[in-house]
Design a protein around this ligand. Sequence first.
Ligand SMILES: Cc1cc2nc3c(=O)[nH]c(=O)nc-3n(C[C@H](O)[C@H](O)[C@H](O)COP(=O)(O)OP(=O)(O)OC[C@H]3O[C@@H](n4cnc5c(N)ncnc54)[C@H](O)[C@@H]3O)c2cc1C
Length: 468
Amino acid sequence: MDNNFDVIVIGSGPGGYVCAIRSAQLGLRTACVESEKTLGGTCLNVGCIPSKSLLNSSEIYHKAQKEFNNLGIETRDIKLNLSKMMENKKKSILTLTKGIEFLFKKNKITHLKGKGSISDKDTISVTGYSGKKTNYKTKNIVIATGSVSTSLPGIKIDEKTVVSSTGALSFEKVPKNLIVIGGGYIGLELSSVWKRLGSNVTVVEFLDHIIPGMDKDISTEFQNILTKQGINFKLNSNVTAVNVIKNKAVVDFTNKESAKRERIECDKVLVAVGRQANIDETIIEANIKLDSHKKIEVNKKFETSIKNIYAVGDVINKYPMLAHKAEDEGIAVAEIIAGQAGHVNYDVIPAVIYTSPEVAMVGKTEEQLKKENIKYNVGKFPFLANSRAKVNNETEGFVKIIADRKTDKVLGVSIISVVAGTMIAELALAMEFGASSEDIARTCHAHPTHSEAIKEAALALSKRAIHF
Ligand SMILES: Cc1cc2nc3c(=O)[nH]c(=O)nc-3n(C[C@H](O)[C@H](O)[C@H](O)COP(=O)(O)OP(=O)(O)OC[C@H]3O[C@@H](n4cnc5c(N)ncnc54)[C@H](O)[C@@H]3O)c2cc1C
């Protein structure tokens, strides 16, 4: 095997594998080292893909139970076969991880199997599954080691009773009572899955609102929707202890306002309080500079503090920690290494929560604009007044467009809709092109579609919405 490369990427998540493919496309001799048995990182193996598989299956199950009858579809004896649902999830993961193997072969990327460490700024040492160490020379290194789940002080994740998202994607039985610590997107997606499959779900959140970072309007409406679906919320609540007693857990928390203490017993606890950069000894030993959050510091060209060592994805000091952000950084860094002008526009990175309805946003929220003292106008349009949503019985949610008061340039968009994740792409494109709300209002949108609500929200900015 050739032991000399132009680029070696450490980690094959969306940041790493995409960087490897783009590097190879640009004619660079490329290798990607991965310590797990399958390619694809968190995203494909224990993140985006398995969670979306379970969200999809559980939604169909829920609809078959609760909604089919109203549509005139009569069904009998709808039963859950959880192990089959999990098998389907595994099949999706396998197809996609194999797909990356295929893409590596197609692009002549060397897949180095084992744990990679930086022995020198031009040498990667790979410890294979048998323990054998091999050194590879390279002109450039890209660190894409991703992130891992965090916990709270004193709370130990055993992946049996107290689980991270990884454990909650593989329960063998539907827990009767599930407590989810953390009302962010991972906690809420998994709350939805297990609620639909039959659990009593309580979300305990430290802040006074869920989905921190999203528009407050959206967060309030979304919480109302999830509450109607039967998910319980304990906001403003500080979890003080989680104790496991004979396969059950007891969660103690204190309301931060009233100081009232509560205790809930449950079968499983999901700790979904965030993720931290996966900084292993290889990065520490290479003396790569980290920021105060223990993430790798990179400049605009994704260079670390050491020449020819770059980093992308969840491991770096750029947010949000999402797969498509990692992919775009992977492409940009490959282009920069090849002498091109790779670039990521952090102002236009969409974020989606794949519940039902979905929640999506791109750009700034009202709260951010207020902080930045930027004057703006808001246009809102509810799905209650959108014909497609009405015929489909999907009237929850709205589109909210925020535009600069002076220039009318779109600054941010938030959507709650069953297809918000798909709809947000139009707004990301509009923002990349510097569109004004008037540009969107004058763009013809097909009828009847949920997307007409985008045009109407743009019209609503100047009080010209037609259907509301
Ligand atoms: C439950 C869940 C659901 C999610 N859903 C979404 C979603 O719907 N949409 C979205 O955009 N994002 C989602 N995310 C986030 C997304 O998974 C991450 O943002 C993304 O995977 C980050 O990509 P990455 O390439 O930086 O790192 P990762 O995907 O974490 O990959 C890092 C890889 O590096 C490997 N590695 C680490 N150290 C070494 C080493 N020394 N040698 C060799 N290999 C090494 C790891 O084994 C891993 O395979 C979700 C995350 C979770 C946990």
